[in-house]
Structure formats: structure tokens, C-alpha cells
Design a protein around this ligand. Structure first.
Ligand code: PGA
Length: 263
């Protein structure tokens, strides 16, 4: 996995956004896999700026979000539907028909068939060109909590108490954080052609060091990215602070031939 360390979240997000913009300019109907949470906010801000100031065109772009809380209607202020429209989709020229987010309103025995259809929709769109990921403080990607099958597909998951506590800030109390979610699986994420993992802040340092330099293990789901041929992690100084080889990663990035910076 390529490790790119920047001084702070905005500069890291600018690099990640430039990568995504290149993909969209080369393939205007690119399929983006999108993430929610605090981490991708500066990335969305930069993509919106590129749209407004540099004409980055989302009119043919297709998107698939990683996950959604079960039990939350799209209008719920903590739903990921709401998050995506508020922070990104309503600010670029994406078509609503090209946006896919798992429904939070599926229940009971309908869930497995619904999840298989989500997988089928990704396949019929030609697969995900670039998947954006945050990382949980426990190493989760999407909502694939530690212990998730490394081959898992889109399905229902039960959140850990740690994740519910981490995400309580988006709700009026921790009790309101749903216990269940629909999430793309780790196998689904690994099928993306490129993966961009973003992590900012000291709270992510332990998860990041396990993911980048630890063993590949379901105990840190993000560690599977070591097996992905095109995975890049964009880190700020704090999130990178637990990495043993951080000076080498910096060196690699500084010494990159200019032609390679655009890949
Ligand atoms: P955060 O969440 O960006 O809000 O820290 C990351 C995640 O849980 O994947």
C-alpha cells in the first residue's frame, strides 16, 4: 500500500481529490465508491471546489455508497443519505438517478435479497473505479467491524459498542445510534480497481499502524488493503504517527519521478 503523509487533513484531501479528478477526466462515467463520516468532508469540499472553479463534471459519474444505518429514513439527519446530499451531491452536477446508497428501510428477510441486488447493481455498472474509505478507530472499513470475513459481500452487520460510541456525536444520544447497518463487504471493497484510504487525527494512529504495518488479519479489517494492487493511504501527521517506516514513506513520495505522481 502506498502511504502518502501530508501536514494536515486539507492538504491530504487535496491530493486525494486530484487523483479522483484525474480518473473522472479520463473516464467521465467513472464509478465512485463513496464514504461518509468526518474524514471525507475535506475531500468532498475540494471536489466541490474543482467542480465550481475548474469545471470537474459529475454529470455522467455514477456512485455507490459503502453503507447505511438500518432503521433510518433518508430524511433522518444522521442517515448517510442525508449526509451525502447535504455535503456533496447537492453541490455538484451529479444526477440523482446515478446515485446509489443502501436503503436504511429494508427489514427482516428482505435484507439478504436487497444486499445481493446492491452487489448486482455494482457489477452491472462495470465495477467501482475508485473506492474512498475512512477507517474506524477499530480498523473497520465501511462498517466491516473486526472479525468480519475478509471475503464478505454486502450484508447486514451489527456495530460494535466502540463504533456506536464513536458515532454518537452525529445523534442526540448514544442510545439512538442504530445497532445494525447494511455495508458493502470487504470482498466488495477489494474488487474496486483503486482504493483511497483517508485517515486523520491521533485517534486513528493505532488502527492505521495495524492496517499498514501489521499482519493481514480480520482483527483489523483495513489490513486487507495490503493485498490490494492499487491502494493508497492519505494520512495526516497524527494518523501516521504510529508508523515505523514513516520516514521511508515520505522519502518515497518526495523522490517519485514526476510522471509517476499522476498515476
Ligand atoms: P470518521 O469515521 O471519518 O467519522 O472518523 C470513519 C469510519 O468509521 O470509517
Amino acid at each position: 500500500m502506498e502511504v502518502i503523509i501530508s501536514k494536515d487533513a486539507p492538504s491530504s484531501s487535496t491530493l486525494a481529490a486530484a487523483h479522483i479528478a484525474r480518473v473522472i477526466r479520463e473516464k467521465p462515467d467513472a464509478v465512485l465508491g463513496l464514504a461518509t463520516g468526518s474524514t471525507p468532508l475535506p475531500l468532498y469540499k475540494e471536489l466541490i471546489r474543482l467542480h465550481r472553479e475548474e469545471g470537474l463534471d459529475f454529470s455522467n459519474v455514477r456512485t455507490f455508497n459503502l453503507d447505511e444505518y438500518l432503521g433510518l429514513a433518508p430524511e433522518h439527519p444522521a442517515s448517510y443519505h442525508h449526509f451525502m446530499w447535504e455535503n456533496f451531491f447537492s453541490r455538484v452536477n451529479i444526477q440523482a438517478t446515478q446515485v446509489h446508497i443502501p436503503s436504511g428501510l429494508i427489514s427482516g428477510p428482505e435484507v439478504p435479497a436487497y444486499c445481493s441486488r446492491y452487489e448486482e447493481e455494482i457489477r452491472s455498472a462495470g465495477g467501482i473505479d475508485v473506492q474512498i474509505l475512512g477507517i474506524g478507530s477499530d480498523g473497520h472499513i465501511g462498517f466491516n467491524e473486526p472479525g468480519s470475513s475478509l471475503a464478505s459481500r454486502t450484508r447486514i452487520k451489527t456495530l460494535t459498542q466502540r463504533t456506536r460510541a464513536d458515532n454518537a456525536r452525529f445523534f442526540s444520544s448514544e442510545n439512538e445510534v442504530p445497532h445494525h447497518v447494511i455495508t458493502m463487504g470487504i470482498g466488495t471493497i477489494m474488487d474496486a480497481r483503486r482504493v483511497l484510504l483517508l485517515a486523520f487525527g491521533a485517534g486513528k494512529a493505532e488502527a492505521v499502524s495495524g492496517a499498514v504495518e501489521g499482519p493481514v488479519t480480520a482483527s483489523n479489517p483495513a489490513s486487507i488493503l495490503q493485498l490490494h494492487p492499487e491502494a493508497k493511504s492519505f494520512l495526516d501527521e497524527e494518523a501516521a504517527s504510529g508508523l515505523k517506516r514513516r520516514d521511508y514513506y515520505r522519502w518515497v513520495f518526495e523522490k517519485k519521478p514526476s510522471w509517476q505522481r499522476d498515476l
